[in-house]
Design a protein around this ligand. Structure first.
Ligand code: DGL
Length: 265
């Protein structure tokens, strides 16, 4: 392990910043490289074979260029399909991001849970298996959103996003006859890393209050466990942000909080 360790965080776009933010809080000692594969965004609109063919060689190039100590695939749409191929191809430790169905079903009181992800993630065999293994008797509704990740990108980039557009994507998560129905949905799994970017809006637009389950803190704990105890040195090398489209940075002020206050190069 190098000192400070380098952690590479990868997503199709800006969603993985919600995972990065938690990892940086847990491990301020590390050096961060965040890669947004925006040239291929949104992953939710691509087939499984296309995603594997895109991500596996791209991660190889990134490992070659940045020599990370650990790679986080901060994308459910990719993690539910590429993790085995990545682990077969490269020796670096990987941490993936998959729908947090187990903790959601363990904590639901009404026993009705919704999983809100991209269309790709909700179709995956991997996601279906998580439900059959971990639903613990809960009714689980899979909701595939075609637009929410793009709406989250737009909002973080400072564009106006209409409440109606978010509410339309959210509505199928809410099963039941209103807040007094004892069988209503009470827990929604945020199964796309973009969605916590919109958490305030989701909370405001929800027809009744629910628990939103974001796996980012659990991922950060897993990363920290794999890295071992932090060194005493803090990162002096800062952090890097890479867009595969090679578009120039225009977002530094919006991005800095996700990097724990560092301005990414
Ligand atoms: N952030 C990605 C995820 O967690 C998906 C967004 C996309 O469709 O590219 O699934």
């Amino acid at each position: 392990m190098s000192t400070p360790p380098t952690i590479l965080v990868f997503d199709s776009g800006l969603g993985g910043l919600t995972v990065l933010r938690e990892i940086v809080r847990t491990r301020p000692d590390a050096h961060y490289v965040y890669v947004a594969d925006d040239a291929f965004f949104p992953y939710g609109h691509h087939g499984e074979d296309e995603i594997v063919a895109r991500v596996v060689p791209l991660i190889g190039e990134l490992i070659e260029a940045h020599a990370p100590d650990l790679v986080v695939i901060a994308c459910n749409t990719a993690s539910t399909i590429v993790m085995a191929d990545l682990r077969d191809a490269y020796s670096v430790p990987f941490v993936g991001t998959v729908p947090a169905i187990k903790p959601a079903c363990a904590s639901s009181k009404t026993r009705r849970v919704s999983v809100l992800g991209t269309r790709g993630t909700v179709k995956r065999e991997y996601t279906r298996k998580l439900i059959s293994d971990f639903a613990q008797g809960c009714e689980v509704t899979l909701v595939g959103s075609g637009e929410l990740a793009s709406l989250a990108e737009a909002a973080l980039s400072g564009q106006a996003v209409r409440d109606e557009d978010i509410a339309t994507e959210l509505a199928p998560c809410f099963v039941g006859n209103g807040p007094a129905d004892p069988g209503r949905t009470d827990t929604v799994v945020l199964a796309c890393t973009h969605y916590p970017l919109l958490l305030d809006r989701l909370t405001k637009l929800a027809p009744w209050p629910v628990d939103w389950i974001d796996p980012a803190p659990a991922i950060a704990r897993r990363v920290s466990d794999l890295l071992g105890a932090p060194g005493t040195e803090s990162d002096t090398a800062g952090a890097e942000m890479i867009f595969t489209s090679k578009r120039p940075h225009t977002l530094s002020a919006a991005l800095t909080p996700f990097f724990g206050g560092r301005v990414p190069a």
